[in-house]
Design a protein around this ligand. Structure first.
Ligand SMILES: Cc1ncc(COP(=O)(O)O)c(C=O)c1O
Length: 405
């Protein structure tokens, strides 16, 4: 293997780790390729296909030659569709100049952090969190401040916890509801408790990641900070994307709306990195946002059935407690009852990483361990896979847990 000098790689890189969720998916794929019987429950994407009308819009864009560079942060047609969506779904008024489009929701968040972080700036991140938030803050030169929101509060940060975490250095609160990895959603009333705290601290801005807005169940009603508290409009960046709800993860389109100077700063970052999001994908996203939305309810009915199946089966596994989430396509069971026990192959379960590794090696079920999301002892299951896979995987988990001694 060739080597490079110790000081060749950037010092910033040493502060971050590769995405553990992608690592689990890769490991599961490798084991599968090697002939092992593996069921992957690590994927962060719907198993549904992109709806045909959206694909057709992409094909039509290619045929019409819409294949050149576009405006740096998105074509006007997509920005208008985003403004219409924000008005329709969230009662938020924006004009095109307050909107930016990027290569996925991930790049939106990254651009926002790169555009605003100075050394010493703190970013409050409720834990468990989506794995990328702390590392993106570190890459941008800021300091992530995790606030643990455990199973006892339904994995939701309380207003008192938020109040206690704010310092003069706090720049952002990153807010994500429904959440990856827990599926927990904040009601408008719960969210109001948090926005009331923010009103008392005018230097703190909110970056809200509404990626799972449309994936909600039962009576849960989605709410977003600027809608719940209009006084926060001037310091809120509302981030969203088409990846999850429209089954468009590979198309790579995310967007945000917020104060114009912030949007301009994010555009500057993008102009010197990726130039613009994929032209064809932007036209497909116009159709996603403007076209029929009825398939969302159909997909949600499937996700709801799977959620109920997984919650019930995991709660029947010895030593596991699995709360029922409000949205997204994840559950985040607690494994406190398995700690200290030994697997049939002789591994002592000392933490959730050991649990997940033993589960993969001894049963072929791939899940992501809780420490990756900043709250243990848990693991994340993505139920964006077939009922057959889910029943088989949960049965294996039940057998694995029953065999612990
Ligand atoms: C909470 C959350 N935000 C953002 C993203 C990124 O989405 P995209 O695929 O559009 O970059 C994800 C994807 O897993 C996510 O779970």
């Amino acid at each position: 293997m060739s080597s490079i000098p110790d000081d060749f790689l950037s010092k910033t890189l040493a502060r971050v780790k590769p995405s553990p969720t992608i690592a689990v998916s890769n490991l599961a794929a490798e084991l599968k390729a090697a002939g092992k019987d593996v069921i992957g429950l690590g994927a962060g994407e719907p198993d549904f296909d992109t709806p045909q009308n959206i694909k057709n819009a992409g094909i039509a864009a290619i045929t019409a030659g819409k294949t050149k560079y576009t405006a740096v942060d998105g074509i006007a047609e997509l920005k208008s569709a985003i403004c219409a969506k924000l008005k329709r779904d969230n009662n938020l008024s924006y004009v095109n100049a307050q909107v930016t489009v990027a290569t996925g929701g991930k790049q939106i968040l990254y651009n926002a952090l790169m555009a605003t972080m100075n050394p010493g700036d703190e970013v409050i991140i409720p834990a468990p969190y989506w794995v990328s938030y702390p590392d993106m803050v570190l890459l941008a030169g800021g300091t992530p401040v995790a606030v643990e929101a455990g199973i006892e509060t339904g994995f939701k940060m309380t207003p008192a916890q938020l109040e206690a975490a704010i310092t003069p250095k706090t720049k952002w609160l990153i807010f994500n509801s429904p959440s990856n990895p827990t599926g927990a959603g904040y009601s408008a009333e719960e969210l109001k408790g948090l926005t009331d705290v923010l009103l008392r601290h005018p230097h703190v801005w909110v970056m809200t990641d509404d990626m799972y807005e449309h994936l909600v169940f039962d009576d849960f009603k989605f709410a977003t900070p600027a809608e719940v508290e209009p006084k926060l409009y001037a310091r809120t960046l509302t981030c969203n994307g088409v990846s999850k709800a429209y089954a468009m993860t590979g198309w790579r389109i995310g967007y945000a709306a917020g104060p114009q100077p912030l949007i301009a700063a994010m555009r500057k970052i993008q102009s010197q990195s990726t130039s613009n999001p994929c032209s064809v994908s932007q036209w497909a996203a116009v159709e996603a946002l403007n076209g029929p939305q009825d398939f969302l309810a159909v997909n949600n009915a499937t996700f709801l059935r799977r959620r109920n199946l997984v919650v019930e089966m995991l709660n029947s596994a010895e030593g596991i407690t699995c709360p029922t989430p409000d949205g997204a396509f994840y559950v985040y069971p607690n494994i406190a009852g398995c700690l200290g026990k030994t697997t049939p192959a002789g591994t002592k379960i000392t933490d959730d990483q050991v649990f997940a590794t033993a589960l993969l090696e001894e049963t072929g079920v791939a899940v992501v361990f809780g420490a990756a999301f900043g709250l243990s002892p848990n693991f994340r299951v993505s139920y964006a896979t077939s009922d057959t896979n889910l029943i088989e995987a949960c049965t294996r988990i039940q057998t694995f847990c029953a065999a612990l001694s």
